[in-house]
Design a protein around this ligand. Structure first.
Ligand code: SME
Length: 158
């Protein structure tokens, strides 16, 4: 059975999440199967509103595995928070989604957002997108550890 204890967003909490995520990976299985397991773990252990990945496909980002309510299924490269993270290949921390020009609203509950690009050989393969119902929910510590979680997932499919 998989232990799902809630953690805070502290360094120790994230280290625990990362270790459990690594241990959950079964190299014999398809990468997306393992990514689904990791995203579910993150959703419940970090008590997130929505977490998922958008996969770069040409000029579009297509909805991949996610945990949470149904969401936008495609985003144009360079548009919204996700498309900006993918085209600029830079983490986007958005403390107030209403202040982000071109923000794409999938859920009215979302107040803040963080998006981490997964880059391999100079190409963005996908982005990890996390939404919170609390304003200003994400900081540099979140960015640091969520980048590690993103890299773990990237290694499973690229
Ligand atoms: N808000 C995102 C769209 C994806 S949803 O948040 C799940 C954006 O502006 O790219």
């Amino acid at each position: 059975m998989i232990q799902i204890d809630k953690i805070d967003k502290s360094k120790e909490g994230y280290e625990d999440l990362l270790n459990q995520s690594k241990n959950l990976v079964d190299p014999a299985l398809d990468g997306f199967t393992n990514i689904c397991a990791i995203l579910s773990l993150a959703k419940y252990r970090l008590d997130l509103f929505w977490v998922g990945i958008y996969i770069v496909n040409g000029n579009k980002l297509l909805l991949g595995p996610f945990q949470g309510m149904p969401a936008c299924t495609q985003i144009t490269m360079g548009k919204g928070v996700c498309g900006t993270a993918a085209s600029d290949q830079k983490i986007q921390i958005v403390p107030d989604v209403n202040e982000f020009e071109g923000y794409i609203a999938c859920h009215s509950e979302t107040r803040s957002e963080i998006v981490i690009p997964a880059v391999k050989d100079g190409k963005c393969m996908f982005v990890l997108d996390i939404d919170s119902t609390e304003a200003d929910y994400f900081n540099e510590t979140d960015a640091f550890y969520l980048q590690k979680l993103t890299d773990l997932m990237l290694n499973l499919i690229a």
